[in-house]
Design a protein around this ligand. Sequence first.
Ligand code: FAQ
Length: 318
Amino acid sequence: MSEDQIKNLETEFEARIARDEKIEPKDWMPEKYRQTHIRQMSQHAHSEIVGMLPEANWITRAPTLRRKVALLAKVQDEAGHGLYLYSATETLGISREEMYEQLHTGKAKYSSIFNYPTVSWADMGTVGWLVDGAAIINQVPLCDTSFGPYARAMIRVCKEESFHQRQGFEIMMFLAKGTPEQKEMAQDALNRWWWPSLMMLGPIDAESTHTDQSMKWKLKRKTNDELRQKFIDQTVPQADLIGLTIPDPDLKWNEERQSYDFGEINWDEFWQVVKGHGPMNKERMKARVGAWEEGQWVRDAAMAHAEKKQERKQKQAV
Ligand code: FAQ
């Protein structure tokens, strides 16, 4: 293809983005658009799958049958989200095996938030309330992202995340109005999960490598800082409502901005966790790599069965 032809394709592509048209897998797209989508979407898929682990830890210890059923359903939903997202990413020409490889070798990231331990039942409340809450804030704008398969996957994901957020908030509400010990457990969970939840939305805009380009391509519809502010403004009144205290002495309503001012985030901690030095990084990877290796016989059996079926079909045809 000549340089002029490529320029024309690029101009047409930019015009389609400007018109808010969806880009579909078979459409021409710049290689960088394809690569940055593979990066973000596969990392999103990995986050959903790794994100099952902190909650799976509590399925056998849920305090009532109702809580157990809800938690089980939620964890299954996360598996489904991972699968939609892996499938959507495959439409960009990368195989599932390659994506797993990237996760297992540390080449691809997954969300920092899942490298923290879930040490009490109240953590199931905070994961739903804060982690899914932040995920919704981040993902609702993604329903409007420019790549068709990603945008469509996000619509269903967001509906399910909304149930997740409510089940988490309900756990917190219940604990916060329970015995002093229960309330203390809820407050302790909020104290541990608040700051990592703010970090989960990514580095500040000034230090975000991808935001500028991703906003131009309408992959991202809001910047990391915009999402973080929205999350804080939405969540603080919810904490007030159930009588819990956000662990930030600098948190203050700003009348002029009609938003909360908040304290300094420990970005050093964030980057340590992203680089693999968080409290649970090694354990999470061990679990994922172990599941992949232990599942080899299932994949082999499925392949052998498919081959046998194919052979039988061919024999019948002759
Ligand atoms: N953790 O330039 P930016 C969920 C990396 S799903 C680790 O700002 P970008 C559901 C980033 O990759 C949660 N790494 O990056 C659930 C980049 O490194 P790279 C996941 C992070 O992509 C709930 C570098 O830092 N959600 O929770 C993080 O423009 C409960 C520079 O950053 C999604 O993935 C982080 N937190 O913005 C499941 C949503 N933040 O790749 C189970 C889709 C940044 O160059 C239980 N993703 N980095 O090596 C996004 O919206 C974006 O990718 C951001 C980051 C906003 C996460």
